[in-house]
Design a protein around this ligand. Structure first.
Ligand code: ADP
Ligand code: GLC
Length: 486
């Protein structure tokens, strides 16, 4: 019997290459393509942020009406194109008053927009209204993070009669951000006040969008197996651990994949020279390229350690800041690309002025991210928690050995160097302490200098690993079919 072709609505607040602040965008730009490859009909919906150039997009002729409860009905424009190198349609909800701003979630000073609840409830409702307009009846509605977490509940209430057979999946990319807002938004959601209770939307007398989504989704997924367990503990549950435990029967961990069209040293157009595990000579060219770019001493023989990521406590930047001087006393070059918390931007900028073997770029730069992945010998990711983490997986592809803390997806993907058996693909520590971080980096640097062959073999092993989206897509498909009872 042939497999049933499913209609899937996939909604996310950011999607590569249109808008990105972190890994969610990478996932939303790649996973739908892999699901389509399995033979399903999938459409993606995201906001049309101000910076998305609409000149090459198709504009739908009809405006889209979006009911916003007590606020009345709002009318949005809709643009359309396809995901990069694919035929997966992506629709952009164009509503100037909500999305015509420079930031995705916050202003230039890092303050979250005060109307974020309405903005993303609007996106969620707009995605369902769009389905009605397109006569696209979803079997599965796949939501991501708090921004679109109202979808499972909307399907069971306000949209029950429109999409009676649709099932929902909510993927948690980061439990820290839950979408807590003034409870009055219940009247904007139009889900009914009976859902404002401690088992659904309510949390400290506020609406918690993620909590409501977890309660009502037919399946909840997280982006690694380890994180699926961690979020049920007090240490990683961000106050929702009991809620997670109550729903543990429907929580699954599926590791993210890599879009190798974007992240492969063989074909990457953003790096100085391509290379692969058979011929790594191009990697040295990439190393010189970042040394030149950042004004570091041009040395082939020095250990270069890279970091790319948001300056957020999650990423362990405070620990890095606390040990940076001791690290820089070693014979290493450290290159950091990131933006976020102001204290970190200021702190690292000052170090960059005083230490010749330290380089920094404050800001967001896709091309520099690729160059650092390619040209570094090691990649630092000492996260306090990490639902999946993509950079360490990209690093493996570029033969840049990750130095990570054993948490979430970092623990699932990185295996410690085992000198005796000559195994492993990186360096891993367990305690979130400065000492553990410092001594692990020191160990990695020692291996780099004194066990050259072992280091190179480990790089090759890392480059031969494969984290395809095809496997992940099959796991999502299993869940879709399971909740549909097929
Ligand atoms: P998170 O989603 O928690 O930020 P991930 O490791 O899953 O962490 O994904 C981060 C993604 O964002 C990667 O693709 C990384 O290259 C990218 N990224 C993060 N900070 C920057 C930056 N300053 N410039 C360019 N890319 C960045
Ligand atoms: C989140 C997590 C990160 C994960 C990404 C994509 O931003 O912090 O660990 O890789 O989402 O799922």
């Amino acid at each position: 019997m042939s497999k049933k072709k499913l209609n899937i609505l996939f909604v996310a607040s950011e999607v590569v290459p249109f808008a990105k602040t972190g890994g969610l965008a990478d996932v939303a730009g790649a996973l739908p393509k892999a699901i389509k490859e399995l033979g399903h009909n999938i459409i993606v919906v995201m906001p049309r942020y101000y910076k998305i150039d609409v000149s090459k997009l198709e504009k739908l002729p009809e405006p889209l009406g979006v009911p916003m409860g007590v606020m009345g009905e709002f009318w949005a424009g809709v643009y359309k194109t396809t995901l990069l190198n694919s035929s997966v349609p992506i629709y952009f909800i164009d509503y100037e008053e909500y999305f015509g701003r420079s930031g995705l979630y916050e202003d230039d000073n890092g303050n979250g927009y005060v109307d974020n609840a309405n903005r993303f409830i609007f996106l969620s409702k707009a995605s369902l209204q769009l389905c009605k307009m397109l006569h696209f009846i979803p079997d599965i509605v796949h939501a991501n993070d708090w921004h679109t977490a109202s979808l499972p509940l909307l399907l069971k209430t306000r949209y029950l009669h429109d999409f009676a057979f649709a099932k929902s999946v909510l993927t948690i990319h980061n439990l820290q951000h839950q979408g807590n807002f003034f409870k009055g938004v219940v009247d904007v959601m139009e889900v009914g006040w009976n859902y404002f209770n401690a088992h659904d939307l309510e949390s400290n007398d506020e609406v918690n969008l993620l909590k409501g989504g977890i309660a009502r989704a037919d399946a909840v997924t997280t982006v690694s197996k380890k994180y699926a367990h961690e979020i049920q503990t007090q240490e990683f549950g961000f106050g929702l651990e009991q809620h997670m435990q109550a729903h543990s029967h429907k929580i699954y961990g599926i590791l993210n994949g890599v879009d190798y069209n974007e992240w492969s040293p063989r074909t990457d157009k953003l790096i100085a020279k391509n290379f692969d595990d058979k011929d790594m000579s191009g990697k040295l060219v990439c190393k010189r390229d970042i040394q030149k770019h950042f004004g570091l001493e041009l040395r082939d023989d020095v250990a270069v350690i890279g970091f790319v990521g948001r300056f957020a406590e999650q990423k362990g930047i405070r620990m890095i800041a606390e040990v940076i001087h001791s690290l820089l006393d070693m014979d290493v070059q450290i290159v950091i690309l990131g933006t976020g918390e102001k204290w970190a931007e200021g702190f690292f900028s000052e170090i960059a002025q005083n230490r010749p073997n330290f380089a920094l770029h404050v800001g967001y730069s896709d091309s520099l991210a690729h160059k650092i992945e390619a040209g570094s010998d090691m990649f630092l990711m000492p996260s306090l928690f990490e639902p999946c983490g993509l950079n360490q997986i990209y690093s493996l592809a570029y033969g840049t050995l990750p130095i990570v803390r054993a948490t979430g997806g970092l623990d699932d993907t990185i295996h410690n160097y085992d000198e005796f058996h000559q195994k492993g693909n990186g360096f891993k520590f367990y305690d979130a302490t400065n000492d553990a971080l410092y001594f692990t980096i020191k160990w990695a640097v020692e291996v780099y200098y004194s066990q050259k062959e072992a280091f190179e073999n480990m790089q090759k092993r890392a480059m031969q690993e494969h984290f395809g989206w095809d496997d992940a897509a099959k796991s999502y498909e299993d869940i879709y079919l399971n909740i549909l009872g097929k």
